[in-house]
Design a protein around this ligand. Structure first.
Ligand SMILES: NC(=O)c1ccc[n+]([C@@H]2O[C@H](COP(=O)([O-])OP(=O)(O)OC[C@H]3O[C@@H](n4cnc5c(N)ncnc54)[C@H](OP(=O)(O)O)[C@@H]3O)[C@@H](O)[C@H]2O)c1
Length: 242
């Protein structure tokens, strides 16, 4: 008997997360679409189900220890193993205030979602990931999380100065490397991906790529074969510099 492979995508109700969920469902996976808001999640799940996909809703606010623990506990009653986890949920709270004026409250909120969210979700789902034997974890990082690029005058990323967002994504790169090292003996590959400049609500739809184009590298890393890399940083053209 072939057991259907299971994927979970956080922040799957719109933007890049929704496109990643579609891509993984197109690849034949059962996709658990995690959303913090039940109604928004239900309508996103319905769009995939209407296309004949095996999509299911899981309520998950990545900023809450308690809600993440409860969701992981519930999921372990639904499935035996998790083959793909995409930590996609992310926020950009304040794109205009310079670093010296940023509110500490906003910096905390950004870290709760962009950095502590992927840590707590990955920790809570680790038992299910280990049971898969060949799981893939994809962190959605950013070019703004590359110290090499934000300090390179030739890179478009060097003209953007978002203290909290950049710092959360730089730290997410280190988190990726740490999990990759721990999980290697379990056959789990952990990589971080820069989706590029994508047209979504996060940037008031000013990006140049479609969500589907932005989702492509994450989908590729979620479906990596056993010879694929772990603990790396990737974009559409290949490796990104740290
Ligand atoms: N757009 C770009 O150009 C770009 C570039 C580099 C990296 N990224 C990264 O790509 C990822 C997806 O962003 P996007 O551009 O697709 O933005 P988006 O359209 O605003 O989607 C963000 C998603 O994250 C969810 N989310 C926010 N806070 C959450 C929380 N506490 N718990 C659970 N879900 C939460 C949102 O849910 P709600 O609908 O409930 O708010 C939404 O589903 C983020 O990690 C972002 O940093 C984006």
């Amino acid at each position: 008997m072939t057991v259907k492979r299971q994927a979970l995508v956080t922040g799957a109700n719109k933007g890049i997360g929704l496109a990643i969920a579609k891509g993984l469902a197109d690849a034949g996976m059962t996709v658990w679409m995690a959303a913090r808001d039940r109604q928004r999640g239900e309508s996103a799940v319905k769009t995939l189900q209407d296309d004949g996909h095996d999509a299911r809703l899981i309520e998950l606010d990545v900023a809450s220890d308690e809600k993440v623990a409860r969701a992981a506990d519930w999921l372990s009653g639904q499935i035996d193993a998790l083959h793909v986890l995409v930590n996609n949920a992310g926020i950009l709270v304040d794109a205009t205030t310079p670093p010296s004026g940023l509110a500490m409250r906003d910096i905390n909120t950004t870290f709760e979602v962009n950095l502590f969210g992927p840590i707590r979700v990955t920790q809570s789902l680790a038992p299910l990931l280990k049971k898969a034997g060949d799981a893939r974890v994809v962190m959605i990082g950013s070019g703004l999380g590359s110290l090499a690029l934000i300090t390179d005058p030739a890179s478009i990323y060097s003209s953007v100065n978002l203290l909290d967002y950049s710092a959360s994504k730089v730290a997410l790169n280190a988190v990726t490397v740490s999990f990759a090292k721990e999980f290697e003996p379990f056959g789990i590959k952990v990589n971080v991906v820069d989706p590029g400049n994508v047209r979504t609500d996060l940037n008031d739809n000013t990006g140049v790529l479609t969500p589907e184009e932005g989702a492509a590298t994450a989908i590729r890393m979620a479906l990596l074969d056993p010879a694929g890399p772990t603990g790396g940083f990737f974009a559409s053209h290949g490796r990104q510099p740290w």
